[in-house]
Write a protein that binds this ligand. Structure first.
Ligand code: ZN
Ligand code: ZN
Ligand code: FE
Length: 759
């Protein structure tokens, strides 16, 4: 008799909702093995029995030939007694609870096979906007509970017709156990509505396409929430969206039908094309080609956000419109993404000319993810559909931790069992709808992952809404310094322990001295951080007002350098001298003028001097304008910063930098040249401070983190210089480099025993 073996196999990772059970089934048939497989909790369990050598081949192929969206994090194999009596291999009913770590499957953009069927007139799903298969379709956005099976998703109310059921049950079909499987007979439907009436099915798509072609604004329910869409080639509907959504300047994303169209709007490298096409289908920020679109699509930004269609409905709309479409989330800036038909109808009254709705509920609202790639480095600007929830290895989590992140660009992180799970972007928590979405998401993640937090982490800012939420949970609490969390987020994602030289440059974060930090060099590991250097502090005249009006910051820096009101008024001829006097008075009186070492504010000041930027309507606007200018210049020298030591901490002084800038400005230098010199000056000073710290401490690794490093010009100039000096440079890649990464950093620090208890 041949050598018969029976193996028990446990696979954890992204193995649900990615066609893993069908994959296992096919392999078992190929190697003539009997047994069974089932989803168990968030993982997969199986047993196979057959010839010993076939078992070995099966295990090899199991991982090597896994479907592309799958990620195997752990594979456990044990040999057990070969006394199974199965004749064949079967998929058996899922087990609700499992002892293995759970992972939540993420949404996957439409695959090529489904796309072909969608556009094939002979196919039974021709033009059907909910087509999907094991390799594509919604996942997280429709999941209510795990294990991931249809009855625990918002597809539950749609009963499979005979044809769909046959595919679902047929192990050689590519829709075998595709949970959202659907067709025009049995699945969800789109309905179009406007003030004149309504249409359903394919008529709805045609009616919606007509609205777009007429230069009107269409509200579309997609995978993660509602978008407003209009022709990107027509400035009028774009203008309407901007005015009515009160979004005067923030660039709007554009959906294009293919890569060649993307390349027409922005410069597209091979790496960027890969990002565009990837299963996550994010918005990719490309360097914009001037004149390719009306100016009001991207406003003053040097980048254009481009994405490919990821839901079948997008493909159909692009087929109808035949032009690139502005595709922007329909919610007001800072508010949570709209997921509900009724809410969309109410919120978008007067903005949308037509509504394309459907009857499948969005369970977990997700914005589109936003990524950027430059000079070999990819960064995430926003984590959303396709990327969230992200699972990262996080050893040392003894008690489950809920980390509440930061208030702006809020995300949550739930860590347990050696893994951290980072939520989608949840908006700005000063908006109370965002706060309720935040609460909901905390509960949902806890249910999905079957983890009850025992420890809560939050920012050390006493007035953050997320801090108040953390306190309200009545659990042991750890407060984590904001910039340490930025650095720890990168260390966690890149799985390094430290110590590192952490350079955290951002808009603002609470410092232990009560000042607003944001231009920091920290010597840190995962548990502790020491401030080793920082940008010299300056008062922020008017507090928050100084963020909205960048010239106020310029007045603050220039006053600190000893320049008087009249000299400053000369630099800003377009600003009322009385306003400048008012700000100078605030500075002199020290009223409502908190001290800050923020690099974001330094960018604001320089931007207002270089380009006269008077006000900004979204965070980072002045800096983005300066970056765009810097990209237009050749490398032309760097402005100098000087270093002084105060009580063992290095202060980076901007005096010489401003003096050189003002000299350039007086001499009529090109704004692009001034912008470039400022960027390169910062890159140089990051290098020189990091060198100093390396000489003192012997640390060779630098982490660059914080929202300022969304700036690709600065990031690559800095990383390039540091690498040339022999440093190893670490940045976040799939977790946001800005405040969206704070929750992961908090979890990592608390998992390592860091953070301070509530006092
Ligand atoms: Zn597919
Ligand atoms: Zn059907
Ligand atoms: Fe920050």
């Amino acid at each position: 008799m041949r050598n018969i073996k029976r193996l028990r196999i446990e696979v954890s990772g992204i193995v649900q909702g990615v066609g893993f059970r069908p994959h296992v089934h096919r392999l078992a048939a190929r190697w003539r093995l009997a047994g069974w497989a089932r989803n168990s909790g968030g993982a997969l369990e199986l047993e196979v029995q057959g010839a010993a050598e076939s078992c070995v081949s099966f295990i090899e192929d199991l991982v090597k030939q896994a479907p592309s969206p799958a990620r195997v994090h752990r594979l456990g194999v044990t040999e057990i007694r070969a006394d199974g009596r199965e004749e064949a291999f079967t998929i058996i009913e899922s087990l609700m609870a499992g002892k293995l770590s759970r992972f939540i499957p993420v949404d996957i953009g439409i695959c090529d096979a489904c796309r072909r069927e969608l556009l094939d007139e002979r196919d039974r799903r021709h033009g059907y906007p909910f087509i999907n298969c094991c390799a594509c379709g919604p996942r997280y956005t429709i999941i209510e509970k795990l294990p991931y099976d249809r009855e625990r998703t918002s597809m539950r109310s749609f009963h499979l017709c005979l044809d769909c059921d046959f595919e679902y049950a047929n192990e050689i079909d590519r829709r075998f156990h595709a949970e959202p499987n659907a067709c025009p007979q049995c699945g969800p439907k789109y309905t179009y509505m406007d003030s004149h009436g309504s249409a359903t099915g394919s008529d709805a798509v045609i009616a919606a396409g007509k609205v777009l072609s007429e230069g009107k604004v269409l509200a579309v329910k997609g995978i993660g929430g509602f978008h407003l869409m209009c022709l990107a080639t027509d400035f009028r509907p774009v203008d309407k969206i901007r005015t009515l959504k009160d979004r005067p300047d923030k660039p709007l994303a554009v959906m294009v039908s293919d890569e060649s169209e993307a390349a027409r709007l922005g410069e597209l490298s091979a790496a960027e094309a890969d990002l565009l096409r990837g299963p996550e289908r994010p918005i990719v920020l490309l360097s914009r080609r001037a004149g390719a679109l009306p100016d009001n699509v991207c406003a003053g930004a040097g980048t254009v956000g481009v994405m490919l269609p990821y839901a079948p409905i997008h493909l159909l709309l692009l087929e109808e419109a035949r032009l690139p479409l502005v595709t922007t989330s329909a919610n007001h800036s800072g508010a949570p993404i709209i997921v509900d038909n009724k809410e969309a109808a109410a919120e978008l009254k007067g903005i949308a000319d037509g509504w394309l709705l459907n009857d499948r509920a969005i369970v977990n609202g997700c914005d589109d993810s936003v990524v950027r790639h430059h000079a070999g480095r990819s960064i995430t600007v926003r984590i959303g559909r396709g990327k969230a929830p992200a699972a990262l290895r996080l050893p040392g989590v003894n008690r489950p931790i809920l980390a509440c992140g930061s208030d702006l660009k809020s995300t949550l992180c739930l860590a347990a069992g050696g893994w951290a799970h980072v939520s989608q972007y949840l908006g700005d928590l000063s908006d109370c709808d965002c706060l309720s979405r935040f609460r909901e998401t905390a509960h949902r993640l806890s249910r999905l992952l079957d983890v009850v937090p025992e420890l809560v982490a939050c920012d050390s800012h006493p007035d953050y809404v997320s801090t108040a939420y953390a306190r309200s949970l009545d659990l042991p609490l750890r407060r984590v310094q904001h910039h340490h969390a930025h650095i720890a987020a990168a260390m966690a994602e890149k799985e390094i322990k430290g110590p590192v030289i952490g350079v955290a440059f951002d808009g603002s974060g609470w410092g232990p001295d009560g000042h607003i930090w944001g231009g920091e060099w920290l010597l840190c590991d995962r548990r502790l951080a020491v401030r080793a250097a920082h940008l010299k502090e300056v008062p922020m005249p008017g507090g928050e007002a100084a963020i909205r009006q960048p010239w106020r910051m310029a007045v603050a820096y220039l006053t600190a350098l000893g320049l008087g009101g009249p000299a400053i008024a000369d630099i800003f001829p377009e600003i009322d001298a009385a306003d400048i006097r008012l700000v100078a008075g605030q500075l002199a009186g020290g009223v409502n003028a908190p001290l800050t070492s923020s690099c974001g504010r330094l960018f604001d000041a320089v931007s207002s001097i270089v380009s006269g930027c008077r006000s900004q309507s979204y965070e980072g606007q002045a800096a983005a304008g300066l970056e765009a200018l810097a990209f237009a210049a050749r490398d032309e020298g760097a402005y100098p910063f000087s270093l002084t030591d105060v009580d063992g901490v290095t202060q980076v002084d901007y005096g010489e930098m401003f003096a050189a800038l003002l000299e350039d400005k007086a001499a009529g230098a090109a704004p692009a040249a001034m912008a470039a010199r400022f960027h390169l000056g910062l890159a140089e000073v990051i290098r020189s401070v990091s060198r100093r710290l390396r000489d003192k401490e012997g640390i060779e690794t630098v982490v660059l983190a914080g929202g300022v490093f969304v700036n690709a010009r600065l990031l690559t100039a800095t990383a390039g210089r540091l690498e040339a000096d022999g440093f190893s440079v670490i940045t976040n890649e799939n977790i946001p480099i800005n405040d969206g990464g704070i929750s992961l950093g908090q979890a990592a620090i608390v998992a390592a025993g860091g953070g301070l208890p509530e006092d």
